[in-house]
Design a protein around this ligand. Structure first.
Ligand code: NAD
Length: 291
């Protein structure tokens, strides 16, 4: 018999990078389910605006996930103001589209800091709070790029593979503790992060609301792998049992290997400039170490 869905009413949820895009859509869907939501974002204005639009006592706080002490302080404040943390959504992330050979050291370090190191820190903090209470759910937002390799996204793919590996390991560590973990693997989602991306033939983009609906479903009936759309999961599983040469021939047929090379980099300039300013604490630490 299928397990009864868990109620999210009154649950305390913290969402990193929740000021816009996928994080904001997750916040909206959870508030509609009665959850008590805190969004943290580097863009303080968007976090505050999100909280006021969400209503229902939602909190909107400044958060730089690369400042680990600040991230811990953010979770402390959420617990003080809303109650013990039931769900952490590690969602904040950036993506630089560039051939690896041309990528700057700063861009590589920034993606590692935000997309991977901060997710490890957030996961560790959530475990420390949830395991003693024997309840909770950690949701790590990775990507289909965490299960496959895409040209022009080498560093991003490396970080997202890292998030998938982290989540796989933590799932085993958490067995029997009452704490769940999910890893979310969307394809292309219509947010600013995906501006100007080239697309493979027949690949459909999805809305942030579709990702949010699947995240909420995985909280109600716990599920580890959350592919959005679900067909992404089928493709990954099929690819895993195919010989590499056949898999790569199919990718060439649908131009999956070429699509990202056709990205409109001029259209992405605004997003890439914002992403380049997205790891202030880590950038500061690097420059003081270099001095
Ligand atoms: N859009 C896609 O196609 C897609 C696909 C797969 C996975 N993802 C992942 O989904 C997540 C959300 O992406 P999105 O598309 O909503 O992007 P987005 O750019 O619309 O939103 C990301 C938010 O994270 C915030 N942020 C950036 N650096 C931060 C930091 N240091 N501390 C706190 N907040 C910070 C930004 O201010 C922004 O509000 C990311 O992890 C991304 O890698 C996105």
């Amino acid at each position: 018999m299928a397990p009864a869905p868990r109620s999210l009413n009154g649950r305390v949820v913290a969402i990193t990078g929740g000021g816009r895009g996928i994080g904001l859509a997750i916040a909206r869907t959870l508030v509609a389910k009665g959850a008590r939501v805190a969004v943290g974002d580097l863009d303080r204005a968007s976090a505050e605006q999100a909280a006021s639009d969400l209503g229902a006592g939602a909190l909107g706080l400044f958060l730089d996930v690369t400042d680990h002490a600040g991230f811990t302080g953010f979770l402390d404040e959420v617990e003080q103001r809303l109650g013990p943390l039931d769900v952490l959504v590690n969602n904040a992330g950036i993506m630089a589209v560039t051939p690896l050979v041309e990528e700057s050291g700063a861009s590589i370090a920034r993606q590692l800091d935000i997309n991977l190191h901060a997710v490890i820190h957030g996961t560790q903090e959530a475990m420390r709070r949830m395991v003693p209470r024997r309840t909770g759910h950690i949701v790590n937002v990775a990507s289909l790029a965490g299960r496959s390799g895409f040209p022009m996204l080498a560093t991003y793919c490396a970080t997202k593979h890292g998030v998938v590996g982290l989540s796989e390991a933590v799932r085993v560590e958490l067995r029997g503790t009452g704490v769940d973990v999910s890893v979310v693997m969307p394809g292309i989602v219509r947010t600013e992060l995906a501006t100007g991306l080239g697309q493979a033939r027949g690949v459909k983009t999805v809305t942030p609301e579709a990702v949010a609906a699947d995240v909420v479903a995985a909280l109600e009936v716990p599920r580890f792998d959350v592919f959005v759309p679900r067909s992404g999961g089928a493709l990954v599983q099929l690819g895993a049992i195919m010989p590499r040469r056949l898999r790569e021939r199919i990718a060439r047929l649908i131009h999956a290997d070429q699509a990202l090379l056709q990205t409109d980099r001029a259209a992405r300039a605004g997003y890439e400039a914002r992403a380049a300013g997205s790891a202030p604490a880590a950038d500061e630490e690097r420059s003081s170490t270099a001095a």
